[in-house]
Design a protein around this ligand. Structure first.
Ligand SMILES: O=C(O)c1ccc[n+]([C@@H]2O[C@H](COP(=O)([O-])O)[C@@H](O)[C@H]2O)c1
Ligand SMILES: Cc1cc2nc[nH]c2cc1C
Length: 375
């Protein structure tokens, strides 16, 4: 059913983000002009050029400052729907992996260290108790089983969005100049798929993937859960806060708040996989225009990810068949962002290096080279 045919119910007391200011067009134009002066044929660094220009625009300065504090925040939460056989793993793995993040043994820890990023883990709705220092923003234990009950109450939804925004503020106030949201939660690809289906008006079978590696029977159970949750969510239509409440969860709501607030704080974000991008889709509805502050690190194998990226008009940097989450795909792409900033900031110009420019009469326009595209 299309949303226009329904009676829509908008959540009361919506969480309001201030209007999003776009990254600085003058700094982006200055960066594009500088790219033309650097000792390379115009456009020859391809997407690294537009990526560097985007960082310059986000910082409002050209050349951009080197990235000094990339911060990954892993949002951990359990989901009642995991009890319905929609994941290849049991829910207790969420808390076990949280412990693994804390001792530095997970992919996110290793990939972050490889590129100089640091990791923070936040328990938003893990079923079990977790260490005191990571549970200060805990909203509840496990979000509801979305095929038969709401994921959250209205108060919990608002609290989770606010928690994500507050975590973003803490990180930006501590000097973060590039943010990555990661997540860990057995069963979370099911609510993520519901959010993407609802916001792109897509059939359940087209958004449901294999998650942690479910077999055909698990996939069928997951598709049925997504169908039932979509049915329950129909009355809220595309209302972002209503969707998070009925068919999302505390971790997804917190990530949406975090991603929206990053745009408010004019701080660039490297998006991770399907689950983070589902939250991003909601965040761009909560804070229209927030997407201008995000670049997609990679494309996950989950079908919903391609749909969500297309809806956000984001082209991923990498397509490596990753399907882990945690922030791993964004971290795999981080060296590309660092390379983009380094080349734009540190390469010599033709004038500095005494290198001859292109022959007169051969214009970059003739070569179809574009320099001012968004990242
Ligand atoms: O974000 C992705 O692209 C992604 C794709 C597949 C799996 N995951 C991770 O796997 C978990 C969810 O998978 P599942 O099968 O339990 O719904 C959760 O911890 C995610 O971080 C994440
Ligand atoms: C082991 C494991 C690690 C993960 N990291 C993110 N999601 C995950 C799911 C599982 C099962």
């Amino acid at each position: 059913m299309r949303t226009s045919e329904r009676t829509l119910v908008t959540d009361q007391a919506p969480t309001v983000f201030p209007p999003i200011v776009a990254p600085d067009a003058d700094a982006r134009a200055a960066a594009a002009a500088r790219q033309e002066q650097l000792t390379k044929p115009p456009g020859s660094l391809g997407r690294l050029e537009t990526l560097g220009n985007w960082i310059a625009a986000c910082q409002g300065t050209c050349p951009p400052r080197p990235l000094q504090r990339t911060r990954v925040v892993v949002f951990a939460g359990d989901h009642g729907i995991a009890r319905s056989g929609v994941s290849a793993y049991p829910s207790e793995v969420t808390a076990q992996m949280v412990a693994n993040f804390r001792t530095g043994g997970a992919a996110v820890n290793v990939l972050a260290a490889a590129s100089g990023a640091t990791v923070r883990v936040v328990d938003i709705a893990v079923d079990a108790d977790t260490a005191a220092e990571i549970s200060t923003h805990k909203v509840r234990r496990s979000s509801g089983a979305i095929d038969r009950e709401d994921a959250l109450t209205a108060d919990e939804t608002a609290a989770a969005i606010s928690a994500g925004a507050a975590i973003c503020d803490e990180e930006v106030d501590s000097g973060a100049d590039l943010l990555i949201a990661g997540e860990m939660g057995i069963g979370n690809t099911t609510p993520a798929a519901v959010l993407v289906a609802a916001l792109t008006d897509t059939e359940p079978v087209l958004v449901v993937g294999r998650g942690t590696g479910i077999d055909d029977a698990g996939w069928s159970r997951k598709a049925a859960a997504v169908r039932d949750a979509l049915h329950r969510a129909a009355p809220v239509g595309p209302d972002p806060q209503g969707l998070l409440r009925v068919a999302g969860g505390a971790d997804l709501a917190a990530m949406a708040g975090f991603l929206a607030q990053a745009a408010v704080r004019r701080t660039p974000v490297l998006l991770d996989g399907a689950v983070v991008t589902a939250a991003a889709l909601v965040a761009d509805r909560l804070a229209p225009g927030a997407r201008a502050w995000w670049v997609a690190g990679h494309r996950s194998t989950e079908p919903m990810h391609t749909l969500a990226l297309a809806e956000l008009d984001l082209e991923p940097l990498l397509d490596l068949q990753l399907r882990l989450g945690e922030g791993s795909g964004a971290l795999a792409a981080l060296p590309l962002v660092q390379a983009a900033v380094a080349t734009l900031g540190e390469m010599a110009t033709f004038a500095d290096a005494g290198v001859s420019t292109a022959d007169a009469g051969v214009s970059t326009a003739d070569a179809g080279v574009s320099t001012a595209d968004p990242a």
